[in-house]
Design a protein around this ligand. Structure first.
Ligand code: CAA
Length: 295
């Protein structure tokens, strides 16, 4: 199956990144949001990225205008009716996801593939709201932040996902210029199961004053060649997201290494959520990390 028409539900950081990549890959993309202001913000993020790419001389004006033509916003599920693939990228609330998938299943054609970009919920848990005939064409498609840059996508199959669907998704991911790995439908899939305990351990090191946040980050960046240190990366991901992913993993496995440290909970409770609120372990000005804040 050749995926050409793609719907993305949710135009936040992840949804807009997926929409951007699909439009750049030549797909016809409709991105759906619940409110005009969210849609405008998400589309502005994508157009801003394309404008910066033109300004840097990485992309021609002609290329940008072709990409712009490939991308449209909508507030209505009905606009997605002709899509070959719809990827859901809304907040990590099961109730919202179930409503969204029930609606998508109702309006989409029988051959369409439905995917969730959830990073922590069970993919199979969404299945019961789908018609039994759709279950073979339902899977997880998990992207990484920042989506336009990160080359990995985890494909998560349920017991019902067909080989044909997996082949179509692998082809789609390859068309985006990214690499797919098959991941189990188990909490954290592959990447978060390994990454989250490491990040939580770094937060425990900061909590125990083992070293300053800057030194913890410098140690892992320079000592291990990571692009960002673990506290910097936690701010980048969002400390509220980190806490909710840790809770899901701890509920599932009950191992202390998945438990959210009390420092993480305190930062979240005081509104220091990382880059998106301008403060977390560090102070932030937009994308720019400034000095470490007191703990
Ligand atoms: N969106 C789009 N593009 C971005 C970007 C963003 N947020 N941040 C950087 N870029 C682009 C830049 O424009 C630049 O592009 P060009 O080369 O075309 O100019 C390129 O990325 C490199 O950027 P920089 O030189 O500014 O910075 P860098 O070399 O430090 O790279 C980074 C930035 C790619 C974010 C890098 O620091 C990195 O890989 N960090 C780790 C990110 C990571 O681990 N992500 C996974 C998070 S976990 C997750 O997502 C799972 C989950 O479910 C929670």
């Amino acid at each position: 199956m050749d995926i050409q028409r793609v719907g993305i539900v949710g135009c936040g950081l992840m949804g807009s990144g997926i929409a951007q990549c699909a439009a750049e890959a030549g797909c016809q993309v409709w991105v759906k949001e619940a409110e005009e202001s969210f849609l405008a913000k998400g589309l502005a993020r994508i157009h801003g990225a394309w404008d910066r790419a033109v300004a840097k001389g990485k992309v021609t004006e002609g290329q940008r205008s072709a990409w712009q033509k490939n991308l449209q916003g909508t507030l209505s599920f009905a606009t997605l009716a002709d899509c070959d693939l719809v990827v859901e990228a809304i907040p990590e609330r099961l109730d919202l996801k179930l409503q969204t998938f029930a609606e998508l299943d109702r309006i989409l054609g029988p051959a369409a593939i439905l995917c969730t970009n959830t990073s922590s919920l069970s993919v199979a848990q969404i299945g019961p709201v789908l018609e039994p005939t759709r279950l073979g064409r339902f899977a997880g498609l998990h992207f990484f932040n920042p989506v336009p840059v990160m080359p990995l996508v985890e494909i998560i199959r349920t017991l019902a996902t067909t080989e044909e669907t997996l082949a179509a998704l692998r082809g789609f991911v390859q068309g985006l210029g990214k690499t797919a790995v098959m991941a189990p439908d188990a909490p954290g899939f592959v990447v978060n199961r390994l990454l989250v305990p490491y990040l939580l351990d770094a937060i425990r090191c900061a909590e125990q004053r083992l070293a300053t946040p800057e030194d913890i980050d410098a140690a892992m960046k320079l000592g291990c060649g990571h692009p960002m240190g673990p506290l910097h990366l936690s701010d980048f991901i969002g400390l509220d997201t980190m806490q909710s992913v840790a809770e899901v993993l701890f509920d599932a496995f009950g191992e202390p290494r998945f438990k959210a440290p009390s420092l993480l909970r305190q930062l979240v409770a005081s509104g220091r959520l990382g880059r998106k609120t301008g403060s977390g372990f560090y102070r932030w000005e937009g994308e720019k990390r400034l000095e470490a804040l007191s703990l």
